[in-house]
Design a protein around this ligand. Sequence first.
Ligand SMILES: [Mg+2]
Length: 265
Amino acid sequence: MEHLFAAWQKVSLSIAQAPGVALLFDYDGTLTPIVGRPDAARLSPATRHLLVALVAKPRFGVAIVSGRTLEDLRQRVGVAGLVLAGNHGLEIATPRGSFLHPVAAASRPALTAIATALREVLRDIEGVLVEDKGLTLSLHYRQVPRGRVALVGRCFREVTLPYVRGGTVRVTRGKKVYEVRPPVPWDKGRAIEWILNRCYNGVQGKTLPIYVGDDVTDEDGFREVDRWRGISVLVVEKRRRSRASYYLSSPAEVAEMTERLVRTD
Ligand SMILES: [Mg+2]
């Protein structure tokens, strides 16, 4: 994996030669720094300004693909003309129409039951945050004292196992978060495929997709973008194994990349 700026000459050439560029971002840890509480992850005015400038460029499209709900993303981003994909792409809004995964809503009763059970068993553990996001559920444990993290994991497995075995939900992990999702084969990669087909006519070679993300669930996005011969960028402090071709070290470097793109024709 090479640092994106070390390869910038090569990368900027393929960007300059592409008829269209689809710039796809994860939100938390990519456009904003990772913070203690997910509530506090605000887009800086400078980054918002850069997104506005990118959307205004005729050759560029911008999308944000996140585990947050669509409504939450909409409020946090506040930029018109973007494609927003919430709940790992189970709900997508574009300037021309929207998408809701048809099977996803069927898991809703199981998710409600799991949220209730988790709140009950974890009620005495300080720092736990159970976030019911409608189509998915997140259990955040970043603020749980270190000695109790294993207990949180055990409780999570105990509560979710019957539902996982029954095929009503599936579970995934991210940075200090467990996630419960509908048992549908849908992830950030599928969401990106949907976006590229719908919003960019799905013509490989005509649109160059660039995906930037920092977490395990972003690997599906990198895989999809590779399939389109695009550019995959992992945001990471310490290098780790990843499918991404390039890396950036921080959300500040992501902002710098965006700035470089704004200066491109
Ligand atoms: Mg992230």
